[in-house]
Design a protein around this ligand. Structure first.
Ligand SMILES: Cc1cc2nc3c(=O)[nH]c(=O)nc-3n(C[C@H](O)[C@H](O)[C@H](O)COP(=O)(O)OP(=O)(O)OC[C@H]3O[C@@H](n4cnc5c(N)ncnc54)[C@H](O)[C@@H]3O)c2cc1C
Length: 424
């Protein structure tokens, strides 16, 4: 079938996924309107405050076999790296059960890893190319990322995940205690084992990167409307408009890329998709002098530490409490304490009034795979959400896939693993 061009596409959400989708739809010859109540790259979006990792090896879903045994500790330790607020338990329980069931076996995890690899494999290169187009090539660095462990035994505790990564084509270099010391002189010596994944990259300022991509989309003809989308107007199975708080926008195609807030929009079309917010936090030290030379994930703290343009950022934590609950800033304090414990040279230089903190919502599906595909009622509405821990890195290929779906052309990777209907 020849590709369709010239459709008017309304993209709901201007986070990483919506913004890259806008650029790719314009490239494919469509007219684009982007709708968001917030600014592109603004603090309301999860894309603003993430750790900036462009980790093409982040293919393993967050759940693992036997994780159900840890659920009591998720409830009893409100400040642990993964926690569930008691009051939210009845709401999140059905999602949680699916989350645990989706990673019962290694075979299930491998299936997800194979699919995620197709989505992420060359993401650092794709982002470097987008950043160059937008005139901000310096925001994307491709010099690898580092995973640090207290010792080899701790690494072996993660052996299943790394074995699956190897199976799907991820390679890495192992670092001894001495090599780690030479590479990362500021890191606490309790870390004696490291892994470098050289293919990965990172973004030095996700908020400004998205803002620059949005500017590029505008220059190429996209219209931005500052409002909230509320639903869709259909005539039979054809889309005729997106409804918003400021009235209707006539269109013949729409993309739902509203991150963790996409659920109600899909529900308005009768698609009850299990999307949940995995809340996460960051803490920034604007003028830190000490820290990692390579973007670094600490296995014990389950936290990423990165130098960004605005300073040293530590990001992590998973909290299930819904979209509306107030932030628990003690979690940001925990990240700060982990940072100081990883880089003792920071101690005494980080009084609370110099720290910047942020809470964001990772849009997560229970099986660790996003939804990329049409709504059941109409192929004019495309879902592109649920990337969980990997939307920034995954947005590059997702945007291309969205444009291919909008154009009714063949998708460049198999979409079955991401088909929203797997949940329906
Ligand atoms: C602490 C933390 C660390 C992370 N680290 C990384 C990392 O290192 N690498 C990585 O790849 N990912 C990381 N992530 C995940 C990543 O940030 C998110 O998955 C991603 O940003 C989601 O992108 P998105 O475009 O789907 O949604 P968002 O960025 O959340 O954007 C959604 C947009 O939709 C808008 N919106 C919502 N409702 C409506 C509506 N009704 N109408 C119109 N607009 C609407 C919102 O205002 C928002 O601007 C991290 C997340 C967190 C919280």
């Amino acid at each position: 079938m020849p590709a369709t061009t010239g459709r008017h596409v309304v993209i709901i959400g201007s986070g990483a996924v919506g913004t890259v989708s806008a650029i790719e739809c314009l490239r494919a010859g469509h007219r684009v309107t982007v709708v968001d109540p917030g600014q592109p790259g603004g603090e309301q979006a999860s894309s603003y405050g993430n750790a900036g990792w462009l980790s093409s090896h982040s293919v393993i879903p967050p759940a693992e076999p036997g994780m159900w045994k840890k659920v009591p500790s998720f409830l009893l330790d409100p400040l642990g790296p993964l926690s569930i607020r008691w009051a939210y338990l009845p709401k999140v329980l059905p999602w949680l059960i699916r989350f645990l069931l989706a990673a019962r076996t290694s075979a299930q995890i491998e299936h997800t890893a194979q699919a995620m690899r197709t989505l992420l494999v060359d993401a650092p290169k794709l982002h470097a190319s987008l950043a160059a187009e937008a005139g901000v090539p310096q925001l994307i660095e491709r010099r690898g990322v580092l995973h640090v462990y207290p010792d080899r035994t701790a690494f072996e505790g993660d052996a299943r995940s790394w074995a699956i990564r190897r199976k799907v084509g991820v390679e890495w270099l192992e670092l001894s205690a001495e090599e780690l010391r030479q590479r990362e002189p500021n890191l606490h010596p309790r870390y004696t084992f490291g892994l470098v994944v050289e293919e990965a990259g990172h973004c030095r300022d996700p908020g400004n990167y998205i803002a620059a991509l949005s500017k590029l989309a505008c220059e190429r003809g996209a219209t931005y409307v500052t409002t909230r989308a509320t639903g869709f107007r259909l005539e039979g199975s054809r889309l005729t408009a997106v409804t918003t708080e400021q009235g209707e926008i006539a269109c013949d195609c729409a993309v739902v890329a509203a991150g963790a807030r996409s659920k109600t929009l899909a529900a308005s079309l009768g698609d009850a998709l299990p999307l949940e917010s995995e809340r996460g936090y960051h803490v920034m030290i604007p003028d830190a002098k000490v820290g990692p030379r390579t973007p670094m994930m600490a296995s014990d703290a389950k936290m990423i530490a990165n130098f960004m343009n605005g300073g040293l950022r530590a990001a992590g934590q998973v909290e299930f409490a819904g979209l509306a609950a107030v932030p628990n800033w003690k979690r940001a304090e925990i990240l700060r304490n982990h940072l100081i414990s990883m880089f003792p040279g920071l101690a005494g230089t980080v009084p609370a009034d110099r720290l910047r903190v942020w809470l964001g919502h990772r849009p997560s599906m229970p099986d660790g795979r996003p939804c990329i595909g049409p709504a059941r009622k109409t192929s004019d509405v495309i879902y592109a959400f649920g990337h969980g821990h990997v939307s920034l890195v995954g947005s590059a290929r997702t945007g291309r896939l969205v444009a291919q779906l909008v154009s009714c052309s063949a998708p460049e990777i198999p979409l079955a693993p991401f088909d929203p209907r797997r949940f329906l």
